[in-house]
Design a protein around this ligand. Structure first.
Ligand code: SAH
Length: 214
């Protein structure tokens, strides 16, 4: 169940669903998703579904991880990327296979602590994980970023992140009320921010209120 063969089957499924970027398929073929879920879930780790990771959060569906990663690479491989919503760390690990400098922020302390241990155990040295209550404020000390990936659903476009986008950068973010979310891509060109609305998606909510705790 946790073998290279189940991973290869998942990759074939992603290819069948239209994921054509070989860099993404290869990266996802290398990352062992079963290392990012609880032991009780490992038998389902290579199903193409989201799975619970505790604290009301989920590890994203592989197809969505592939799609979002593919969208980030359209104009070439960015030098750095900021992920908002570390969760299990799986998406971050996929990014780290492709991008030299990965920054990822999480607001739930227990998830953050677990993921730091996980990244260390798996030997990822190019991922910097941070605990941040307000991920939508980004990481001003480390930006600007050539790519920003939000892996939780925002009610409206998190324009607070625009100033941390380098010229030419892409922001990928699920936007909309629960049940009516769509993937959006924002591309910066100088002082212009071009928006595209893509497929419907279903993410756990991005918590945007200041000072709110779990
Ligand atoms: N990318 C993850 C899935 C993320 S689920 C993976 O590959 O497993 C969404 C995550 O976003 C949850 O862990 C949630 O706690 C986190 N989150 C929600 N709002 C946030 C915010 N404002 N700042 C940082 N993290 C946030």
């Amino acid at each position: 169940m946790t073998s290279a063969r189940s991973r290869a089957r998942l990759i074939e499924r992603l290819r069948g669903l239209g994921i054509a970027d070989e860099r993404v398929l290869e990266a996802m073929g290398r990352v062992q998703r079963h290392q990012f879920v609880d032991e009780a879930m490992t038998s389902r780790a290579y199903d193409d579904t989201a799975l619970p990771i505790g604290y009301g959060q989920t590890i994203s569906q592989p197809y969505i991880v592939a799609q979002m990663t593919q969208l980030l690479l359209v104009d070439g491989v960015p030098a750095n990327v900021l992920e908002i919503g570390t969760g299990s760390g799986y998406q971050g690990a996929v990014l780290a296979e492709l991008i030299a400098n990965v920054y990822t922020v999480e607001r739930v302390e227990a998830l953050y602590e677990r993921v730091r241990r996980r990244f260390a155990a798996l030997g990822y040295r190019n991922i910097r994980a941070r605990l941040a209550r307000e991920g939508v404020l980004g990481l001003p000390d480390y930006g600007p970023f050539e790519a920003i990936l939000v892996t939780a659903g925002a009610e409206s476009l998190p324009t607070s992140l625009y100033e941390q986008m380098a010229d030419g950068a892409r922001l990928i973010v699920p936007v909309g009320a629960s049940g009516d979310q769509r993937l959006m891509v924002v591309r910066r060109e100088g002082s212009h921010f071009h928006q595209d609305t893509l497929d419907p998606v279903s993410f756990v909510p991005l918590i945007e209120q200041r000072g709110r705790t779990d």
